[in-house]
Ligand binder design. Structure first.
Ligand code: ZN
Ligand code: ZN
Length: 392
């Protein structure tokens, strides 16, 4: 990335230009936790975001580098803080030095190599462990416990399991505190020589014919590194599948979220684990149609039942129920059976069942019935299309 389009590190960390070092550090930690590759496996966007954050903090987290960045809009170890002299302006390159074509966005040599190998390895884990462990060489302020991230699991349920509730055994891949290092990310022992810079604390960067000396981003210029835990690569977490039973309460519907406390990812610094949310998808039923806690059933009735009134038996979720069809019931009319709907997740009450009456017209095959129907027409001469005539 050319100098002219250098990223705004303040915007990336979401802090103001006059933010105190402590605020910068806090903002970085908060965001780094959110976007860390271990927490977002396979998420390319989060990965990019995390790299960007690390670059921004590499500069803004260091007083001297930040001073250079504030003055020039980019950072190079070749420029001493305070600038090459009076008259140096912000933005473009320092006088006498041509920065065009220099890729400032790619600050960490090791990251570039890691990417070429197609992996996402040591570099970030080490940064991560530096951040979250006070046992490292860098003096870090004490961090309070942080709750672990929430997880979501989708579950397909049969209609009756959803209505009656059920118990299901599931297997979830959770981030757990690494048992080897107890979450510290450190293998313990004395710090070792930084592998990235060989202990010099410095690295070089080639840009065309120019060579730059940069502070080693791996060790922050100290030349020494904490020994990372082998089991978790220094992150303090391991992903482990866990099987357990979850209780699905009666009444879940498609899109319901059932909370399973403490089965999300492990917390940081002794913080509680996050929550697991089971998101349910419920199979439809051939006759019971569900809308919220109410159930809709279509019930066919004969012309005689609809005209004269009748008692008919209808199926409900809790067994057969008798419903009274009042005389003169029309097709499409809905009758309510109170409390015969689905169990509510929010209260002890149940929804209602609505019975939609469908009047079935007989297929007449004999002369006697035809005669009766003609007789019926003579006795009831009212026109059902009276209303329509107003518009024709
Ligand atoms: Zn570990
Ligand atoms: Zn180093």
């Amino acid at each position: 990335m050319p100098v002219g389009t250098q990223k705004d590190y303040y915007a990336i960390l979401g802090v103001s230009r006059d933010a105190k070092p402590q605020e910068v550090r806090k903002a970085y930690r908060r965001l780094a936790r959110k976007y860390h590759p271990d927490v977002n496996p396979g998420n390319k966007t989060a990965e990019e975001k995390f790299k960007e954050l690390s670059q921004a903090y590499e500069i803004l987290g260091d007083d001297k580098k930040r001073q250079v960045y504030d003055q020039y809009g980019f950072y190079s170890a070749n420029i001493p803080p305070g600038g090459p002299g009076p008259g140096a302006s912000t933005g473009a390159g320092a006088p006498g030095v041509d920065f065009s074509g220099f890729d400032f966005s790619n600050f960490d040599n090791r990251d570039a190599e890691t990417e070429k190998r197609g992996g996402f390895g040591g570099g970030f884990r080490d940064i991560f462990s530096q951040l979250f462990n006070r046992s490292g060489e860098h003096e870090e302020e004490a961090e309070g416990p942080q709750k672990g991230g929430d997880l979501e699991h989708h579950m397909h349920l049969g209609f009756w399991d959803a209505i009656r509730g059920t118990q299901v055994r599931i297997t979830i891949g959770r981030l757990e505190t690494c048992p080897t290092c107890k979450g510290t990310g450190s293998a313990g022992g004395a710090p070792i020589t930084c592998a990235a810079c060989g202990g010099t604390g410095k690295g070089t960067r080639q840009a065309g014919t120019m060579r730059f000396t940069v502070t080693c981003p791996q060790c922050g210029g100290t030349g020494r590194q904490r020994r990372s835990c082998q089991a978790c690569g220094g992150s303090g977490f391991v992903r482990k599948p866990e099987s357990f039973e979850v209780r699905i309460p009666p009444g879940v519907d498609t899109g319901s979220r059932v909370r399973v406390p403490g089965k999300g990812n492990a917390g940081v610094h002794g913080g509680a684990a996050g929550e697991l949310y089971i998101v349910t998808e419920v199979e439809p039923h051939p006759i019971f149609e569900r809308k919220g806690d109410n159930i809709y059933v279509k019930v066919p009735v004969t012309i005689s039942e609809a005209a004269l009134g009748a008692k008919v038996e209808v199926p409900t979720l809790v067994g057969p129920s008798t419903i009274k069809i009042p005389p003169g019931t029309q097709s499409g009319q809905k009758l309510r059976l109170r409390g015969k709907g689905a169990p509510s997740l929010r209260s002890d009450a149940r929804g209602d069942q609505f019975v939609e009456v469908q009047v079935v017209v007989p297929r007449v095959a004999d002369e006697r019935t035809r005669e009766i129907l003609r007789e019926l027409a003579r006795l009831n001469p009212e026109d059902p299309r009276q209303e329509l005539k107003k518009y024709s």
